[in-house]
Design a protein around this ligand. Structure first.
Ligand SMILES: [Zn+2]
Length: 162
């Protein structure tokens, strides 16, 4: 899923157990894998030095900078929205830490691509295994809409139901 979705889910998870911050952050990290198991859409990664499936040596070409901008905006939006939705519940720091923990497994894939050592090897194997093979790639509109819907469900559940 997009980093924005992972961040919001992470912050939502931390908000569920405000009295147990460490447990919340660990659960936010684990939430990444649960979310990736759901069929979803992902935007393509342009650079073969950023894409963990290739792990080519770093090349600072145009596709690399496309990824920096795209992934950077995605992650920043995730932190921004997590703060907006969950700082009122759990405080600014915990909302940010929850968002970062929710996103963390994806940057770890990048680290793995360039540094194939344990525990990253096992983590990458697990991440690839649990990640759905059902990629909704035919339609960006539907892909984005479905993640917005998923975010709306998660936010309303944690903010208004629990
Ligand atoms: Zn992932």
């Amino acid at each position: 899923m997009t980093l924005t979705t992972h961040a919001i889910v992470g912050a939502a998870v931390v908000s569920l157990v405000p009295q147990h911050p460490i447990l919340g952050i660990c659960a936010a990290f684990v939430s990444h894998f649960a979310a990736d198991a759901i069929p979803h859409w992902d935007y393509p990664i342009a650079s073969s030095s950023v894409n963990p499936h290739y792990g080519m040596p770093m090349k600072y070409d145009k596709s690399f900078w496309i990824d920096v901008v795209r992934i950077g905006s995605d992650g920043s939006l995730g932190i921004l929205l997590s703060v907006l939705f969950f700082a009122p519940v759990v405080g600014l720091l915990m909302a940010i830490l929850g968002a970062l923990a929710g996103m963390l497994p994806d940057p770890l894939q990048f680290v793995y691509a360039h540094f194939k050592h344990e525990p990253l090897v096992s983590l990458q194997r697990f991440h690839t295994w649990i990640h759905t093979n059902n990629h909704l790639e035919n339609s960006i509109a539907f892909g984005v809409f479905s993640q917005v819907l998923f975010i709306a469900l998660v936010v309303s559940f944690v903010r208004f139901v629990v």
